[in-house]
Design a protein around this ligand. Structure first.
Ligand code: GLN
Length: 204
């Protein structure tokens, strides 16, 4: 099955997500075409979406300004998968604790921006993630932590704080799975999520 993917590309690490999506799709037997999304009208054609890290205040301002925000909400409401990483998680949350972020509210959880202290601004940690057999090499860069979780399920914690959650078709991570060559988190979000309508495995 040939899939259409979108990476929200108003700001942040876009090409890395595109590469990870291609890799994850291939390992699940799918072909995929990845679009970079900078304006409205593209999201409705996408089977799956990624919203990258960057600066959450900037991403929030631009996706609302360009009319992309309501399209992302509709995408999720239709049960299509979204992977939101780091700043993307902050924007996808229901409460970013910052007036400059207009949250999408597609992950029922509140977050704290830049939660992992100054000396630990950036670090890599082997993270145990529900659904993955082996630890994931998680890269944290000025990462948020997740504070209160509503309907979202916690997939991973670090320092006793949730850093990966799943809420229906949406997976959110405080870290950057696109910055490694390990595409298992993308696989988990897009092809191993029972809450979405994507086929798990293409029969060949
Ligand atoms: N600290 C950034 C923010 O609050 C997120 C950092 C990132 O995406 N790596 O928006």
């Amino acid at each position: 099955m040939s899939l259409t993917a979108g990476v929200v590309a108003v700001q942040g690490d876009v090409s890395e997500h595109a590469t990870a999506i291609e890799r994850a799709a291939r390992s699940h037997g799918h072909e995929v075409v990845v679009h970079e999304i900078r304006e409205s009208g593209v999201v409705p054609d996408c089977d799956l979406l990624a919203m990258p890290g960057g600066e959450s205040t900037t991403i929030s301002r631009l996706i609302h300004g360009e009319g992309i925000a309501p399209e992302i909400r509709d995408h999720v409401a239709a049960g299509k998968p979204l992977l939101a990483t780091c700043a993307g998680l902050i924007v996808a949350s229901s409460d970013a604790g910052d007036d400059r972020v207009d949250e999408l509210g597609v992950i029922d959880a509140s977050v704290e921006r830049n939660a992992f202290g100054r000396q630990k601004d950036s670090f890599e940690a082997p993270l145990t993630v529900a659904g993955l057999d082996d630890p994931f090499p998680a890269v944290f860069i000025r990462a948020p932590a997740i504070d209160a979780v509503g309907t979202a399920d916690v997939l991973a914690t670090w320092d006793d704080r949730p850093v990966a959650v799943r809420d229906g078709p949406v997976v959110g991570t405080a870290f950057h799975p696109e910055l490694t060559t390990d595409s298992r988190i993308h696989g988990l979000a897009f092809f191993e999520n029972d809450a979405t309508e994507l086929p798990l495995e293409e029969s060949r």
